[in-house]
Design a protein around this ligand. Sequence first.
Ligand SMILES: Cc1cc2nc3c(=O)[nH]c(=O)nc-3n(C[C@H](O)[C@H](O)[C@H](O)COP(=O)(O)OP(=O)(O)OC[C@H]3O[C@@H](n4cnc5c(N)ncnc54)[C@H](O)[C@@H]3O)c2cc1C
Length: 429
Amino acid sequence: MEPVSTEIKDHRFLKELLSETDGMLIEMVRGFVDEVILPIRREMELSARSDFKLIEDLQRKLIPLGFQGGFLPEEYGGMNLTSVMTAGILAEEFGRGDASFFCAPAGGFWAMRPAMFAENKAVLNEFAPRFLGEDLYVACFGMTEPNGGCNIENMDMHGLGIRTTAKLDGDEWVINGSKVWPTNSGIADLYLVVCTTDPELGDDGIALIYVPVPTKGFSFGRFEDKAGFRGSREGDFYFDNVRVPKEFRAAGPGRDAELLHDNIVYARIFSAAWAIGCAQGAFDEVLAFTKDRLAAGKPIRQHTIGASILADIAIGIQVGRDAYVNAAYMYDHPEIYGPRHSKQMLSRASIAKVFCCDVAVEATNKAMELMGSYGYVTDYHVEKYWRDVKIIQLWEGGAQLGRLDVARGIYDYDQFYRNVMYNKLQLKK
Ligand SMILES: Cc1cc2nc3c(=O)[nH]c(=O)nc-3n(C[C@H](O)[C@H](O)[C@H](O)COP(=O)(O)OP(=O)(O)OC[C@H]3O[C@@H](n4cnc5c(N)ncnc54)[C@H](O)[C@@H]3O)c2cc1C
């Protein structure tokens, strides 16, 4: 495939922002996506429709390269690869190939971050070594519930939307409730579950608790059948008096809420990058297609209207990339930009996520238009990016809560201002 015109000397962003190790990791993944994933994108989707063997075999190849346990602290055998900038750029690279392929390795980092940041030795001693083995060890972050994902993500609701309960009984948490949609549900070995010890406690009631499988009373529903993102598996899971040691709570009252919000901010930046990767994948395809395909006697991309659409896609991708890289840099430097769980950081991350998803959905749509019916068939892959990127826009707050979260960081916006829930929620702060 010919080089993409938005690149300046092979660089899509300022290379000075990356450490040498992280830069090498990204180069390696770029090569892996070009040589291994891109040629078999379609086969990977077909594998996801049957036994997932092809996908899992490829994921195993990443284990020796540090993709499963590299995020862990060095004292636990990892490489301390916790930069969100690097994670985001890796997500973009995988998104250019097959975004969903990255779910299994990325799930470990998302789920283990609260224990790492809380320095929870019980959890790290028990589970960190398992990420360092030779076979797949997958984790899952379970937040969304049947009564709504955004009700849990919404900072102004102070945990009031959580229905999964955790009650302390002696030295154990007893968990009851259910989750819907978590990525890696049903295949993961370890689950980080968002619970409430008591909704009346507000943020202090939010509890992040680790649950391994198998554990008595922990069961699973079927996998969801989705339009896209087929290389990952999502489903329901249920807790019926599930018991785990009390040390498996990430931190404690108040701090768990901060860690939850931190994980949400992180996932917004990561999702922004993933969406840009999908847009870049579609852009590479349409750029090549419109070079050779003739309309009215000349290549489509030599028509002014074609060039204008391609330019708009390139602008969206590059500005989106700049937005997520900027948010990631700020997130990676709390000593300069303040706490990662703050409303201001959520707002920054949401600006990147909402913008990147909007431009990526539009980019895949426009790429398809420029390719006519060829954009709609599986041979040219653009329809795959179109199907994949839509869910990135829908999850993690969606386009609507995402926008409200932008407002929260700009002024004293409170969604429940002067309505019935207002007083009740104020008491919980
Ligand atoms: C492929 C896939 C992977 C997923 N992975 C995970 C995962 O790993 N872990 C996990 O926990 N969940 C996961 N989810 C679930 C996903 O995060 C949720 O579906 C998402 O957060 C939205 O929740 P919801 O579907 O319940 O929609 P709702 O919360 O019901 O929202 C519906 C609509 O209402 C809007 N809205 C919500 N609240 C407000 C408000 N206060 N004001 C105005 N508008 C509002 C939303 O923006 C949206 O437009 C995944 C879903 C999919 C499809």
